[in-house]
Every structure is written in C-alpha cells, then in structure tokens.
Design a protein around this ligand. Structure first.
Ligand code: HPA
Length: 272
C-alpha cells in the first residue's frame, strides 16, 4: 500500500514546478472552481500509477496542477465514492498521495441534502463536524504509522482557524454561509423520509455520500481540513420532493460561484 502511495506521489511530484500548498477535492457539480485555477498541468487519473479511475456522471477524473492567486494548489476534479464499489483504501488513496506530496492542507467540497429546517436549498454550509455513518472506517486495518497514530483524536477535525476565516470572507463578500454537521452515508440511494428524520435526530444538519472517508484519512495524517457542502435538496419533513442526480448537479452548479469565491479567497489568505 505504502509503495503504491509513494509511486503515485513520485509521479505527481515530478511534475510540480512549485510545492502545492493546498490539496482540493471537488465534489458533484463543483468542478468549476477549476476555472479559477491558473492551470499548469492537467493529469488524467488513468496516467497516475495505481490511481483509481472515477466513473460517476458529473465527475471527470483529473488532477489539476496550478495556482490560485499565486498560491500553488493540487486539485482533484472528481472524487472516488464508496458507492461506486471502490474500497475505503481506494477512496482515500488520493488524500494520502497528497500528504506524501508534501501537502498539509486539504479543502473538500460536496453536495448534500439539508436536514436543518432553517437551511435553504442552494446555500453553502461550512462543515464544522461530521458523523461517520458509512458503517466502516478507512483506518480499519494495520495502522499506517507513517501517517499517524492507531487511535486518532477527532476533537477538532475541521480547522477552527479556517472556518473562522471562511466566515470573515463570507461577510466581506456578502455571501450567506451556514455552519453545520455533515453526516456521511454510503448511498447510492438518497434517503427515505424516515432516514432524513433519523439523521436530523442524530444531530446532523446535512447528509451526503462522500467526504467523511477522505477527511478521516487526512486528519489522521495531520492535515488541516476545510470542508464546504452545497445544500442541493431538502430532507426536511413537509419539504421533501423527488430528488435526482441531475437536480443535485443543477443546484450545485448554481451555487458554485459563491463556493468558488470562498475557497479562492481562503487559499490566498491561508497564512494571514
Ligand atoms: N442525500 C444524500 N446525498 C446527497 C443528497 C441527499 O439528499 N443530496 C446531495 N447528495
């Protein structure tokens, strides 16, 4: 496993002209952030040794090497989902490769169903914490001590520092930002009304099918994590309507410019 991670990282590193400061994983309908990147290189996943290849509609599989406002970044356009049949090791492989590439900050984005009754479809939620409902954990198996401890602390997975900054940026840019707990589940089914209700009762504000595995692995490896979620549909009793992947993509794409602004500014103000 470590060999494969090292080989993939070595392949990417050989193409760096500068050390990427931030790794970015772009979710469903959110690949447009790439337009903010001054692209130096675009690398197909299929060309990276041992990289899984993404299949789901609305996800292209490319590593984008470039800069945002002069800050070098490495962005994944398209992620691997557990529901596609990848193992947790495959889903989280890129996050580990990023770490070995010398990247210590990870930004993640996704689309989710809103559970908090005050959340409106089309708004952006900063992830303050998560609940892992995948029924498994990417760290199960021999501990990779190169990355972190057997029993990782999870008391502050989503960087308080970056969340605070995001809200400062949002205020300055006049963007309405929500703050909430993301529950990650396997999918591929959207939730039944009873399941949406259950996740709300468990303490979540939004539900989605990604992010938690990569974030666990990144946090284990000591990376600073920032996550945003676009509320693309409602799981609130009385508001639930039929939902489709197309609708999720459409709403995500509409909210994307705002999300992009937050992420682009945050990248540029990382050390401020
Ligand atoms: N449930 C799970 N995942 C999702 C949803 C949802 O309602 N919307 C977008 N991703």
């Amino acid at each position: 496993m470590m060999n494969k991670i090292n080989e993939a990282a070595a392949y990417l590193k050989a193409q760096f002209t500068a050390q990427p400061r931030v790794g970015i994983i772009l979710g469903t309908g959110l690949g447009g952030l790439v337009n903010e990147i001054k692209i130096e290189k675009s690398i197909d996943y299929k060309d990276i040794p041992h990289f899984p290849v993404s299949t789901v509609e609305g996800h292209s599989g490319r590593m984008i090497l470039g800069t945002i406002g002069g800050v070098p970044v490495l962005a994944m356009q398209g992620r691997f989902h557990y529901y596609e049949g990848y193992t947790m090791q495959q889903v989280t492989f890129p996050a580990r490769v990023m770490k070995v590439c010398g990247i210590n900050t990870l930004f993640v984005s996704n689309a989710s169903g809103g559970l908090n009754p005050s959340f409106k479809v089309g708004t952006i939620m900063v992830i303050k914490d998560h609940i892992n409902m995948f029924g498994t954990n990417p760290l199960i198996g021999p501990n990779m001590a190169e990355f972190g401890p057997r029993f990782p602390d999870m008391s502050e997975v989503y960087s308080k520092r970056l969340r605070k900054k995001a809200f400062e940026i949002a205020e300055r840019e006049n963007i309405h930002l929500l703050d909430g707990v993301y529950v990650g589940t396997t999918g591929p089914t959207f939730e039944t009304p009873a399941e949406y209700k259950m996740f709300r009762l468990l303490g979540a504000d939004a539900v989605g099918m990604s992010t938690v595995p990569e974030v666990i692995v990144a946090h284990h490896a000591g990376m600073e994590v920032f996550g945003v979620s676009i509320i693309t549909d409602s799981g609130v009793p009385g508001e639930i309507v039929e939902v489709s992947h197309e609708e999720v993509q459409k709403v995500a794409a509409a909210a994307e410019p705002k999300m992009t602004k937050i992420i682009a500014k945050l990248v540029q103000e990382l050390d401020k």
